[in-house]
Design a protein around this ligand. Sequence first.
Ligand code: GDP
Ligand code: IMO
Ligand code: MG
Length: 429
Amino acid sequence: MSAFVVLGAQWGDEGKGKMTDYLAEEAQVIVRFQGGNNAGHTVEVGDKQYKLHLIPSGILYDNKLNIIGNGVVVDPKALFTEIDYLEGEGVKVTPEKLIVSDRAHVIMPYHKVLDKLKEQARGKNDIGTTGKGIGPCYTDKFERSGIRICDLIDEETFKEKLKENIEAKNKYIVNVLNGEALNYDEILTEYLELANRLRAYVQDTSVKLYDEIKADKTVLFEGAQGMLLDIDYGTYPYVTSSNTTACGVASGSGIGPTMVTNAVGIAKAYTTRVGKGPFPTELDNEIGEWIREKGHEYGVTTGRSRRCGWLDAVILKTTVRVSGLTSLCVTKIDTLAGLDKLKICVGYKYDNKVIDYFPASLKDLAKCEPIYEEFEGWGEEVAEARSYDELPLNAKKYLERIEELTGTKISIVGVGPRRDQTIRVTKEL
Ligand code: GDP
Ligand code: IMO
Ligand code: MG
């Protein structure tokens, strides 16, 4: 296997960071291909916890190449904050270990301002974004006025593009959104300094990645966000602005889709969501509260509490279909220990029919009523289990039903946040 992808199978925060770190042992190259520092990936190694936003989770190893691909939107200030944080924790982040695509788009200060002002203007219809400037940066990319890393590190081009952008953005910020104008000179000075520091990390990462694959290196693509935050197949407009599904890998890293052989969907044993938008199996009650507390369901990037609900097989089936999953990894099975009864949503009742896919229209989705199957819980904690056989019978029944409902085998089960709290069910992913 030369290249495989780890993807969020729900609404993000499924444990992609932990699983990337765990699987990075089997790879030499780890690549982020979409999203930006809206992501918050937690990795625990021994008694140390690391929070990563932009840098691939493979960085914790000494000898892996980490790539920030062209599909990622890069906030250079956030990048260096993260590099400095990691270096402070004793993790080396040299240009030998981390390279950044010259084609990636740069998140500029006006993108962050626009993100916040647009959210305010939406009022009660706000999306609940992370405020990191992600949507406005991708908007500029597709509108073809964005600034790429290759533009940032070329002083003349940067000056020109910054001038054009600041003029246009200030008009919009001041006249339409009632915000304050940004200062060209201040941004120029700050970003030229950042560009000087960034230059050593910049490369045509598509060429490098292709060479690595041709040299028989194993590549792990680390997804950010999750299936239902995908710009095309998520719960639009309550989504992020990139393709979070497997299709994003090729366009976001510059290699052909035929090079990716396996796709692992990371799914929590229940469902969570941060930010606004529909959530059919949400538990707005004491069980949801219990899961939030036991599972420490608070956002890594914004600190917001995560909404919690039952596992939804309709969501997982959607991910299997859209991303062509070859296996599932079910995380946080340990969190559910202690619940008397558990439920899995196996379909939606919609207009007197049963459907097992997500309707495009949110109006139609609002009419969908989850159909549940009930399961007996397990009292025993499973954090110490290291093989599938050590799991309680009822936990195994729950997992086996997920396999049946999705038609997809489970290759990994997570029983805790640490690297070693992982049960490898099958070698093949
Ligand atoms: P990501 O965005 O998908 O990388 O996930 P986050 O890091 O935002 O959230 C997942 C949280 O669950 C983190 O705090 C992880 O340390 C933790 N975690 C991951 N896998 C497991 C697991 O199997 N059991 C438990 N208890 N925690 C886990
Ligand atoms: P990881 O990689 C969970 C959500 C935000 C908001 C919507 C749009 O840690 O799983 P954005 O700032 O992207 O424009 O916000 O997407 N969101 C996430 N939710 N995990 C994430 O990343 C997320 N990244 C964005 O809460 O609802
Ligand atoms: Mg997260």
